[in-house]
Ligand binder design. Sequence first.
Ligand code: NAP
Ligand code: ZN
Ligand code: ZN
Length: 350
Amino acid sequence: MLHTPAYAAKTAKASLEPYEINRREPGAHDVLIDILYCGICHSDIHQARDEWGGSTFPMVPGHEIVGTVVKAGGHVTKWKPGDTVGVGCFIDSCRECEACLDGEEQFCEEGMSATYNSFERDGKTPTYGGYSTRITVHEDYVLRIPSGMELARVAPLLCAGITTYSPLKRFGVKPGHEVAILGLGGLGHMGVKIAKAMGATVTVLSHSPGKRDDAIALGADDFVDTSDKQSFKTNAKRFDFILDTVSAMHDYNSYLGLLKRDSSMVLVGIPDPVPLSASSLVMQRRHLSGSLIGGIRETQEMLDFCAEHGVVSDVEVIPIQKVNEAYERVLNSDVRYRFVIDIASLREKL
Ligand code: NAP
Ligand code: ZN
Ligand code: ZN
C-alpha cells in the first residue's frame, strides 16, 4: 500500500481537511501517476455536500487530473514512466456491456467506477479522486496529454472540456450555427471556446452582467444578460442550439423559448428538478436532451482537438489549503473560470 496525502470531506457538512489514503501498488495493467494538477468541478461540491444523495464519506473529490506516470505494471503497453497523462471522471467500467463496447463507458450498464465517491469493480473498495498526490489507474482509463499544452490549463479539459465537446459535436454544431452557452462558469467557458473552434457563432447567456467583457474576451460573439427579463423577448427563437451548464435551479421553459423551431437544448448542468411545461417543447417542435461527460475514446479526441485549436481553460491556480474558499467562490458564481489545485502544495506537507 502506498500512503498518500490527500484532502477529504469527512461528512456532507464538513469542510475539506488533510487526510491520508492508501493507493494500491500498480498491478500488471496499472500505472501509478504522480498528480500535478487537479481542477475543481462544481460536481465535486454537489457530491462533497451530498446534494445528489448517496455520497460516501470520507470523500476525496477531484476528477480533472493531470500528472506524470512514475511506474507502469509489467503488462502495460500504452504508457511508460515520464509520460504526461490525464484521468477524468471514471477509472474503470465493466468493459463488456454494449455501452462499454461502444466506447461510451460513462453509460456502463453495470455502472462506471467513478474517479471518486464510487467503488472499484469489486464493488467494495472506495475510489478517491485527484485532491491527492498520486493515483493508481488501469492503463485503458488513462488519457494522453498532447505535448506543448500548459498543464494547469489542461486539467479542466478532463471534465469541463469533454462534457461540453461531446454534445456540441453530437448535435452537429458547425459554422453558420447560432449557438448559445447558458452559464459562464467552468463548463460554460469551455463551451464557448470549443463551439468557437467548431466555427459557430456563439452567444453567452448569463445572469451575471459583470461577465460581459470576459465572455467577449473568451471568444463569444455576443452576450445576453438573463437577469434582464426583457432579454427573453428580444432573443426569442434566435438559437439553433443551447448548451445549458447552469448548476442551480432555473426555469428551463423560458430558455427553451430562445430556440428556433426544431432546435435543441442540451442539459449538462445538474441542478434540482425544475417543472417543465409541455408547450415549451410542443409549440415549436423543440428538443430537450441531456449529456454526460464522454467515453475514453471521445475524451482523447477532445484533447487532440483542443491541442490542434489551441484551446485550454482559463484558470486560477490555488494551493490545496484554499480549497474551501474556492468552493464558496464557485457557489457565488465567482470563478474565472476554473480553479485548479497545484498538488505541489500537498506534497510540501510531506
Ligand atoms: P460553475 O463553474 O459553478 O458554473 C455554473 C454557472 O451557472 C455559473 O458560473 C453561473 O453562470 C450559472 N449559475 C449559477 N447559479 C445560477 C442561478 N441561480 N441562475 C442562473 N445561472 C446560474 O459549475 P461547472 O463546474 O461549470 O458545472 C456546472 C454544472 O454542470 C454543475 O451542476 C455540475 O455538476 C454539472 N456537470 C455536469 C457534467 C455532465 O457530464 N453532465 C459534468 C460536469 C459538471 P453565470 O454567472 O454566467 O450566470
Ligand atoms: Zn466534473
Ligand atoms: Zn459496461
